[in-house]
Design a protein around this ligand. Structure first.
Ligand SMILES: Nc1ncnc2c1ncn2[C@@H]1O[C@H](COP(=O)(O)OP(=O)(O)OP(=O)(O)O)[C@@H](O)[C@H]1O
Length: 316
């Protein structure tokens, strides 16, 4: 614990100040800050400092409450996308403003920033299966990609113990190759030896349920078949941290049941699983903890029953 605190304080001391809109969100309860307006009058420097200290204290407090071994520490994370060539709201309008826009663009490209994750902090532990829920555009996929190390933080940090693997709808399998070739290459890519691939091959085909289609190029698969094969390959190995983005959404009930069993097994083998899904039943059946993201901030973080009930009440 002391080591974690020291590590966090050292890293924070080296980082530039984070751009903050509100204080860090609260856990196990609806965060008032998520929707609160800016306190424009507060002295900026002081507010920044106390917000940082709060976010840090929250990470450490959660660590204190849970005696498990942390696998992922997300500390006051901000992710900002830069979109070039985008039009701001103020620029939209009549023909004159369109012409003005064109003239301006000749000089320099337009750039717009999308602040997708705004000061998210939490700790995940060995054996956790964490469901991430939220409306479209709330930042779920962005958060997963940041944990996987695919998006650099604008500020804040993500620490992971072990190699995180992102299994998304677009996970990199090659459409022009057969399912068989993709299984073999996918297993090699996960670090398996040829002998291990041979041993596990039939299990992957059985689990995916694609049958004789395994001999056909993946370009001939339905989206559900592709998703099932991706999950079957990725889950053939126990991951330290497995991030699943909607991959189960396209499976039928039977496939969902099998996937849930597999995720449970992974948790028992001391992995940590993150699962993004719009289907709340999948989250409820699979996860032991749920994080509700709203406009890039944590609205609620707690046990599935409490968080899902609050979410359903808000959006049903
Ligand atoms: N590559 C990108 N470039 C610019 N903006 C992006 C990019 N990807 C996502 N965004 C923006 O970031 C915000 C969060 O998007 P994200 O895809 O993480 O949300 P989500 O909760 O996963 O949404 P959904 O449920 O629709 O999949 C949105 O405002 C989105 O428009």
């Amino acid at each position: 614990m002391a080591e974690l605190a020291e590590e966090l304080s050292q890293v924070k001391a080296e980082e530039p100040d984070a751009p903050r809109e509100t204080d860090a969100p609260k856990e196990a309860g609806v965060s008032k800050e998520a929707d609160a307006p800016k306190k424009a009058d507060a002295p900026k420097k002081k507010a920044k400092k106390s917000a940082k200290a709060k976010a840090q204290a929250k990470v450490l407090a959660h660590h204190h409450d849970n005696p498990g071994i942390p696998t992922v520490v997300v500390d006051d994370l901000h992710i900002v996308y830069r979109v070039y060539g985008a039009t701001s709201d103020a620029e939209r309008g009549n023909a004159a403003s369109a012409l003005l826009r064109l003239l301006r663009r000749q000089g320099r490209p337009q750039m717009r920033e999308v602040h997708a994750i705004k000061g998210v902090s939490f700790v995940a532990y060995h054996g956790d299966a964490i469901g991430i829920i939220g409306r479209n555009g709330s930042g779920k996929s962005t958060l997963l990609r940041a944990i996987a190390g695919l998006l650099p933080p604008h500020s804040g940090a993500v620490y992971t113990d072990g190699q995180p693997s992102l299994l998304g709808v677009n996970a990199a399998l090659m459409r022009e190759l057969t399912g068989e070739r993709n299984i073999i290459l996918g297993c090699y890519a996960m670090g398996m030896k040829p002998r291990q691939v041979k041993e596990i091959y039939d299990d992957i085909v059985d689990f995916s349920g694609i049958g004789e289609f395994v001999k056909f190029p993946m370009s001939t698969y339905s989206s559900g078949m592709g998703a099932r094969l991706r999950f079957a390959i990725a889950s053939a190995k126990t991951h330290d941290v497995l991030l699943i983005d909607e991959a189960l959404a396209t499976g039928d009930r039977e496939f969902r049941r099998k996937s849930q069993e597999r995720i449970k097994k992974m948790r028992e083998e001391a992995g940590t699983v993150f699962l993004v899904a719009h289907n709340l039943d999948v989250i409820e059946e699979t996860c032991n903890r749920v994080i509700w993201l709203h406009k890039g901030k944590i609205k609620m973080d707690g046990d599935p029953q409490t968080v899902l009930e609050a979410y359903r009440q808000r959006f049903s």
